[in-house]
Ligand binder design. Structure first.
Ligand code: SF4
Length: 144
């Protein structure tokens, strides 16, 4: 089972996370961002948390720094003269955007995740890992 069927399997297996309330971040979220990419995948990119636009798109790692990374990956693939590009899947430590509420009603600010939040969301990451079976994991961002 490859391609779309596998991607559907990821979404189906992770469906319950769309309604997850295991940590307080569910209070602020608009959407859970499960992950995106090839299934199975050679490389598993794991970031920290997504931003506002990624939350609306439900796709992680779409900001400018990531566009630069994807371009660099493509350039490296060409330079290495590989017969095919490595496949990759991307997600974050957290399924929900990591924010704190500001005093202004309805306003939030992005922040680093707290360890209990990461611990609660860890099974989601493990589930993805077991489905995509990557050869390499690349962690992005600062250490929490
Ligand atoms: S961050 Fe993860 S554990 Fe917390 S509510 Fe969202 S999906 Fe659930």
């Amino acid at each position: 089972m490859r391609g779309k069927a596998m991607r559907d399997r990821v979404q189906k297996k992770l469906k319950a996370w769309n309604k997850c309330e295991k940590c307080p971040l569910h209070v602020f979220r608009r959407n859970v961002v499960l992950g995106s990419g090839d299934v199975p995948a050679d490389v598993f990119f794991v970031g920290i948390s997504h931003g506002r636009s990624e939350e609306l798109l439900r796709v992680p790692m779409t900001g400018r720094p990531f566009r630069l990374l994807w371009n660099a990956m493509e350039a490296a693939t060409e330079m290495a003269d590989l017969s095919s590009s490595p496949s990759w899947y991307m997600t974050n430590l957290l399924g929900c955007r990591s924010v704190s509420r500001l005093k202004t009603p309805g306003k939030v600010v992005d922040r680093e995740p707290f360890k209990p939040e990461i611990d609660k969301c860890w099974p989601r990451l493990e589930s993805i890992y077991h489905i995509i079976k990557p050869k390499a994991i690349i962690a992005l961002g600062a250490l929490p």
